[in-house]
Ligand binder design. Structure first.
Ligand code: ASP
Length: 637
């Protein structure tokens, strides 16, 4: 989605400008549009002046965006741009000298009179394009040294350089827009939760201790030998303890930490809108989140409709091959196992003979027109290398006949049955896979997304870039086999998630079959939230930790104790704020909606963190670094 310029986007900013016209600099009600010029010496911002201001003497503060031959300059602040006319008369030659010699991005004050631009020189693309300010006095508040890059949205610069000089990148209208929109959305969320629904904003500690399961945590050394704090992955335990403490409805704009190494578009520290409620069920949390998003949704992105559709985990996997389906386009996975049973094809029969054996396919619309042979080959290769899954392609020729390795095994009738089952049309390409259900679904789900990318790169619009498709995914399994050791189980969400009431008895006989009261919120194929109804019974929680997950429950004795003191039934959810905002804006990365993000490798390229500390500084923590390693690292950098 093309990113919107700042000026058009900040409706409330323009509204503030209009209000100023009528009321001068008088006080504003706390609930009205914000007053951007309160408490400071400027009369207006650089995005505010219009023809109705003509004749007024104004004082503006801003950065020199552009200066031309000592005749005029463009002054910029967070709200927009104003053209400034540099005086040419002898009496003000010092002002001319000052402004003509100031390097771009120097910060200045100008005072002058608002005038209409001469006829024909208006700039309809600029909100302030009807006027200019004729300078009377000016002051260079601070001059700018040679820039590492130009502060213009259309100038491409490397991300590493942008991160190193993040404070300069923040001056771009795009980042200004992103951070201000984020702030407005969070403000609306606070309003909805606290003012409309009685939630209490509570801060919870960031120095805590290790939590079993889940992501890797950052450690913080303490002065007690061998003891470390952990930075929490989320305030999960605290928010449950707040429910035991009778807070009833909690929320927090919570900073969370996960030491997940380098992963594209993940940040080691990130923000969640963290929510917990007592006496609530899954439907209650879902309606709350739908209301919250509707209330805080930016008007310029169009309305969102509620309730959001919902699918079960099993349905999501079967239809889309993933637990976070992108429902903006069709191309669902079709199960043709029944049809395939009668075919005398060896690899198909072989696959169907195993437990969970299946034959499935996706149909790529107009694939022959938009994909090259090498695209189809690369899709097949991706399935092979990433999922160990062979794929057979079937092409529907212009005369309606099929081209595939399989056709020699299919009679005419079977071919037309296949065309019908897959709803194939001329020029469509089908990718077919036979094998174990989950593996086949995952491979086809991934190919579905990759082929959508290829089709779009070739010019077919499949996913409306302005559409927002929310989806609830429910009825997850409570436990999944551990990736590194499939004979052991781990929580699909976290160990505090309650089993589905209808599957309670299975917990003791076959825990792998138990569904949970865990729900995820998906937006355009991205997980933007997840939560669950919690276990509030100490005995059940102890059973899950000790008997199913084989965890040391001692680490969680505080929580287990608390559940024994009349803990209310409770549940909650967390929304990933960075991801949500980046999707709303259409930003290419979550780094674009975080003021000071870490690099792909988890480093702060501006301040150069993490950094070395001396052995003396480590002494109080009883820690020694093996220095040869550290020195080698230092040399590498
Ligand atoms: N603490 C969970 C998470 O960070 C969210 C929740 O269950 O409320 O994913």
């Amino acid at each position: 989605m093309p990113l919107r310029p700042l000026c058009g986007a900040l409706r409330w900013a323009a509204a503030a400008g209009r209000r100023r016209l009528g009321s001068g600099a008088g006080p504003r009600s706390a609930r009205g549009a914000p007053d951007f010029s309160s408490f400071v010496a400027r009369t207006n911002t650089c995005g505010e002046l219009r023809s109705a201001h003509v004749g007024q003497k104004v004082t503006l503060y801003g950065w020199i965006q552009y200066q031309r031959q000592g005749l005029f300059l463009v002054l910029r602040d967070f709200q927009g741009l104003t053209q400034i006319i540099i005086p040419q008369d002898e009496a003000r030659s010092h002002v001319k000298k000052l402004l003509s010699n100031a390097p771009v991005e120097s910060v200045v004050r100008v005072t002058g009179i608002v005038c209409l631009r001469p006829p024909g020189q208006e700039n309809p693309k600029m909100p302030t394009g009807d006027i200019e300010v004729k300078v009377e006095t000016a002051e260079i508040l601070n001059s700018c040294r040679k820039l590492p890059f130009e502060i213009k949205d259309f100038i491409k610069k490397s991300e590493a350089l942008r991160m190193q000089y993040r404070y300069l990148d923040l001056r771009s209208s795009q980042l200004q827009y992103n951070l201000r929109l984020r702030s407005q959305i969070v403000m609306r969320m606070r309003e909805y939760l606290c003012n409309l629904h009685g939630f209490v904003d509570v801060e919870t500690p960031t120095l805590f201790k290790r939590t079993p399961g889940g992501a890797k945590e950052f450690l913080v050394p303490s002065r007690e030998a061998g003891k470390f704090y952990s930075l929490p992955q989320s305030p999960q335990q605290f928010k449950q303890l707040l429910m035991v403490g009778g807070l009833d409805r909690y929320f927090q704009v919570a900073r969370c930490y996960r030491d997940e190494g380098s992963r594209p578009d993940r940040q080691p520290e990130f923000t969640q809108i963290d929510i917990e409620m007592s006496f609530v069920d899954q439907g209650g949390i879902q309606r709350l989140i739908e209301g919250l998003l509707q209330y805080s949704w930016p008007e310029e992105r169009g309305p969102i409709t509620t309730p959001f559709p919902s699918v079960t985990y099993e349905e999501a996997l079967a239809d889309y091959g993933t637990d976070k389906p992108d429902t903006r386009f069709d191309m669902k996975i079709v199960d043709i196992s029944d049809f395939s049973r009668s075919l005398g094809i060896h690899f198909v029969q072989n696959a169907l003979s195993y437990p969970h054996g299946t034959v499935k396919a996706i149909c790529i619309p107009q694939g022959m027109r938009y994909l090259k042979n090498k695209d189809i080959e690369s899709l097949k290769e991706a399935a092979r290398s990433q999922f160990n899954q062979e794929i057979v392609d079937i092409i529907c020729r212009p005369d309606g006949s099929l081209k595939s390795l399989l056709t020699k095994f299919l009679g005419q009738e079977q071919q037309s049955e296949l065309v019908q089952a897959l709803k194939m049309q001329v020029d469509d390409v089908v990718l077919l896979a036979a094998g174990e259900h989950k593996q086949v679904c995952s491979a086809l789900g991934s190919l579905r997304l990759e082929s959508a990318d290829l089709l779009e790169a070739a010019g077919l619009v499949l996913r409306d870039p302005t559409a927002f498709h929310f989806l609830w995914v429910v009825d997850f399994p409570l436990f999944l086999p551990k990736e590194e050791n499939p004979t052991e189980l781990e929580s699909a969400h976290h160990p505090f998630t309650a089993p589905h009431p209808s599957d309670m008895s299975l917990l003791y006989s076959d825990p792998t079959k138990v569904r949970s009261q865990h729900y995820d919120l998906v937006l355009n194929g991205n997980e933007v939230g997840g939560g669950s109804i919690r276990i509030h019974n100490a005995e059940l929680q102890r059973f899950v930790l000790e008997k199913v997950l084989k965890e040391d429950s001692e680490v969680l004795s505080h929580l287990l104790d608390a559940l024994e003191f009349g803990a209310p039934p409770h549940g909650g959810i967390a929304l990933g704020l960075d991801r949500l905002i980046s999707l709303i804006i259409g930003a290419p990365s979550i780094r674009d909606v975080i003021a000071f993000p870490k690099s792909f490798r988890g480093r702060d390229l501006m301040g150069n963190a993490p950094d070395y500390v001396t052995p003396e500084e480590l002494e109080p923590y009883h820690i020694q670094v093996s220095w040869p390693v550290a020195e080698a690292e230092a040399k590498k950098n």
